[in-house]
Design a protein around this ligand. Structure first.
Ligand code: ADP
Ligand code: MG
Length: 324
């Protein structure tokens, strides 16, 4: 069935039918604006991410369910990086006229599965025809007590630098997809990343984290944002970078370039004082989330990379060419 047969309002009805009621939503989909009830003592954190066909995703290898999940996940990752819990979100779609309703149904299945997993409620959006491919824009709202919100600008000299999960998997997964591979853990990490929502909020609530960001552009780039906004430097020891077994199998002779610069892992990168090391690792163990210390915050500028013997590491210029 083509979209034209259902029409814009038919499509919105189809979406609205699947949304459960929630006490935080006073006015949901259907009116000119939504109305929500904030929790006492919390501020609202708002973030927006746009995904464009041909720029952020490729329909030749993104299935609609994963695309739906990822579209919301990248927004929830931004909330997690502030230590906020997701509450509501808006979904705006630019749809090519030729798109099948079945595709949108499956896309929504993915969006709403992720919404359910993390407690986010769809409260509205916008729907337009697009002349240049599929456009997906989500605005997500989350909450946290203002004094607990974790900012990029709060790293202190001497802090340890922590990262959750493993690095480079999503970038490796993209390389594999472009080479025709369609399954495996690396491919899953690219197509359906898991936002670290519970960990982000737990770290904020614990009170011992200074600065936090999610790894969306790549470790060096994202740690660079913390450095710039905190007015500090960072040194990272490349051999401490957490790499998955699957990644090691495909990354070639030098595993570090892609782990340092590859984006879309959506892990949490944060800093805390050295005296909090045990507390951080114990908390993350309780959450069942692998967490590694990869370096420290310095009074320098920018991100410097080192080998264990203290000599500087510079990534091989060939980068992706090393990828086996
Ligand atoms: P308006 O013309 O005032 O912008 P719309 O006709 O675009 O209103 O939207 C009608 C209702 O449907 C609004 O409540 C809006 O938030 C909701 N809506 C529109 N598109 C979507 C979408 N893609 N997902 C969820 N809700 C949507
Ligand atoms: Mg509208």
């Amino acid at each position: 069935m083509k979209l034209a047969e259902v029409g814009e309002f038919g499509l919105i009805r189809r979406i609205a039918e699947k949304i459960p009621a929630h006490r935080s939503v006073v006015l949901g989909i259907g009116d000119d604006a939504a109305g929500i009830l904030p929790s006492a003592g919390c501020i609202t954190l708002i973030t927006s991410d746009m995904l464009l066909e041909g720029v952020h995703f490729d329909l030749s290898f993104s299935d609609p369910i994963s695309l739906g999940r990822k579209s919301l996940a990248v927004n929830l990752s931004d909330l997690a990086a502030m230590g906020a819990l997701p509450r509501q979100f808006l979904l705006s779609l630019g749809l090519p006229r030729s798109i099948e309703v079945e595709f949108i149904d499956r896309f929504m299945e993915g969006v709403l599965a992720t919404a359910r997993s993390y407690g986010a409620i769809l409260v509205g959006g916008d729907t337009c025809a697009s002349k240049s491919g599929l456009v997906i824009s989500i605005t997500a709202l989350g909450e946290q007590r203002p004094e607990r919100v974790l900012k990029r600008s709060a790293a202190r000299v001497g802090d340890l630098v922590f990262v959750t999960g493993t690095l480079g998997d999503a970038a490796a997964g993209l390389e594999l997809l472009q080479r025709g591979v369609r399954e495996g853990r690396l491919v899953d990490r690219q197509l359906a990343p898991e936002p670290r929502v519970a960990a982000g909020a737990a770290l904020a609530d614990a009170g011992f984290v200074h600065a936090m960001i999610d790894v969306s552009d790549g470790l060096v780039s994202d740690l660079g944002h913390i450095c710039e906004l905190s007015g500090v430097g960072a040194k990272v020891e490349v051999e401490l970078l957490p790499l998955s077994e699957e990644y090691r199998r495909v990354c070639g002779a030098d595993p570090y370039p892609l782990a340092l610069s590859g984006g879309e892992d959506y892990e949490l990168l944060f800093t805390a004082a050295p005296g909090q090391e045990k507390n951080v690792l114990a908390l993350m163990q309780r959450l069942g989330l692998q967490t590694s210390i990869i370096g420290e915050i310095t009074d320098g500028k920018g991100v410097e990379l080192f080998r264990p013997d203290g000599s500087p590491y510079s990534p091989a210029k060939s980068g992706f060419d090393h990828f086996g």
